[in-house]
Design a protein around this ligand. Structure first.
Ligand SMILES: [Zn+2]
Length: 302
């Protein structure tokens, strides 16, 4: 007898009831990255970063980075937040080696949805892992969707002023992907209502106009934090540590601290695009005053 190994099999979709809404998270893709430091904590030492990793039982050098869009069914509309990598690594040679292919359409199918079912697509910000799944060969993947972009974010990428060197290619992608969608797009600012029960929140910093979203149904509230904090240990326990992908590093720190403090004090559920799947949890305050990520388990199933 022999028992052949079967390889990894891990959850890729997760749906739960939230008030009168249903909320689902979908694992579009995940990849492994080297150099935990200086990717995180370029403003501190490698030693500090690695010892925090060890203290939390994670690899001190490499990290797994998942991309997790969120789907909210309000009962009236299906609202999708961000679209993952899509076909970018297929279409762009320079992304092939470092970007895994997106699987969002397959994940939606696992939940029983076709691309044409999606009514609204909200783009939290213009980085490739969030806009990559909008088009296939220049055509919209979600043919019936209207689009919502943050006005500040959209203007920033189209204007081409102050785009840092590392984001020049990102700018090219944004223009190519998002400008053709303009006729079906509306542009929002913090405080604006997306659909009844969902409101945009200022999260500027990681990108110039990053938006988070507060979702409210019955007496329940959660926040889709997008990339406000992008690692469940590094950015939650040490919000001061810089992140290489943050476009405005100091502003990202200030925003991160504000939103972490709000989530902790209001005990509000959070969904983070780069948190470990299913990417849903709470921010708890430890005895020493630092924050901890506490993953969601069964709280809304009861
Ligand atoms: Zn991201």
């Amino acid at each position: 007898m022999s028992a052949p190994m079967s390889g990894e099999k891990q959850p890729t979709v997760f749906r739960f009831k939230f008030g009168a809404f249903e909320v689902a998270t979908l694992l579009d893709s995940k990849g492994i990255r080297d150099n935990l430091h200086p990717l995180f904590g370029a403003n501190t030492t490698a030693d500090e970063v690695q010892s925090l990793a060890r203290a939390n039982n994670i690899d001190p050098q490499r990290l797994e980075n998942g991309n997790v869009p969120t789907l909210v069914n309000t009962g009236k509309e299906l609202v999708l937040f961000d679209t993952g990598n899509g076909f970018l690594p297929r279409d762009y040679e320079q992304l092939k080696a470092r970007m895994p292919a997106g699987h969002l359409v397959e994940r939606l199918a696992e939940l029983g949805h076709k691309p044409e079912d999606i009514d609204v697509i909200v783009i939290t910000h213009g980085h490739p892992d969030h806009i990559g799944g909008l088009l296939d060969g220049g055509k919209p993947i979600y043919p019936n969707a209207r689009y919502l972009f943050g006005a500040a974010e959209y203007d920033f990428w189209l204007k081409d002023e102050n785009v840092r060197e590392a984001r020049k290619f990102n700018r090219e992608l944004f223009v190519k992907i998002c400008e053709p969608l303009k006729p079906k797009a509306t542009f929002i600012k913090p405080g604006d209502v997306v659909v009844p029960g969902i409101t945009a929140v200022d999260a500027f910093g990681h990108s110039p106009g990053l938006l988070a979203f507060q979702v409210e149904s019955d007496d329940k509230k959660l926040m889709i934090t997008a990339d406000t904090f992008t690692h469940f240990v590094m950015h939650v326990q040490r919000p001061d540590w810089h992140f290489d992908m943050d476009d405005d590093k100091e502003k990202a720190v200030v925003t991160r601290k504000r939103i972490l403090a709000q989530l902790a004090s209001e005990k509000m559920l959070a969904i983070g695009f780069h948190m470990p799947f299913p990417a849903i949890g709470w921010i708890d305050t430890a005895a020493d005053g630092t924050y901890r990520w506490v993953p969601y388990s069964y709280q809304f199933n009861l």
